[in-house]
Ligand binder design. Structure first.
Ligand code: SME
Length: 181
């Protein structure tokens, strides 16, 4: 990490009530109540997903943090708010980690993306990833939260547990959100 990027990482994180000296999984756990407070009172789904992606990106430093939304008409996944490099716009059934999380309604933890059959490489820098389903009140998958790391095997069970907690915050609010356009 260069000094410049390092300074940016710290400045952004300082806007959240996080102790950046604590281990990453602990910071992500600390973020759960903060995320709830940040999203409460705002009903724009786009705004809330954008801030959720930014919060986890700045708390973690992971390479790509963002959402794909289920497009029920087209029966595929469309890119939503994210932080990180430009990404694939659409993802399709049966191809890749995001589609697996959507179709199986189950979190996917992939320590080595090159070993995952059909992995969709939006960025060659991503070496490991986790994808968590976001559910509405009926338990249907309405989006997936995709987090990619430039390090191999970078998602420990305590990271995933914290991310599940953060995803639950979003799932619990989903039905009350509105979407412009
Ligand atoms: N790797 C994902 C595609 C999305 S991007 O990496 C941002 C997948 O296999 O579904």
């Amino acid at each position: 990490m260069t000094a410049g990027i390092g300074a940016y990482f710290w400045d952004v994180a300082n806007d959240l009530p996080l102790d950046m000296t604590r281990p990453r999984a602990e910071r992500l756990s600390q973020l759960i109540p903060s995320l709830r407070a940040l999203l409460e009172g705002e009903t724009s789904g786009g705004a809330n997903l954008a801030n959720a992606a930014a919060a986890v990106h700045s708390a973690s430093g992971w390479h790509w943090v963002g959402f794909y939304l289920v497009d029920f008409e087209q029966d595929n996944l469309v890119l939503g708010p994210f932080q990180g490099p430009v990404a694939c716009t659409r993802l399709f059934r049966g191809k890749g980690v995001c589609a697996a999380a959507w179709e199986q309604n189950r979190t996917q933890v992939v320590p080595n993306v090159h070993a995952f059959p059909g992995h969709v490489a939006c960025s060659s820098a991503s070496l490991s990833e986790v994808v968590l389903p976001v559910r509405n009140s009926l338990g249907e998958v309405v989006a997936v939260w995709d987090i990619d790391s430039a390090e191999a095997d970078d998602f420990a069970p305590d990271d995933v547990a914290a991310l599940e907690g953060l995803t639950s915050v979003i799932s619990s609010m989903w039905d009350s959100w509105t979407w412009a356009g």
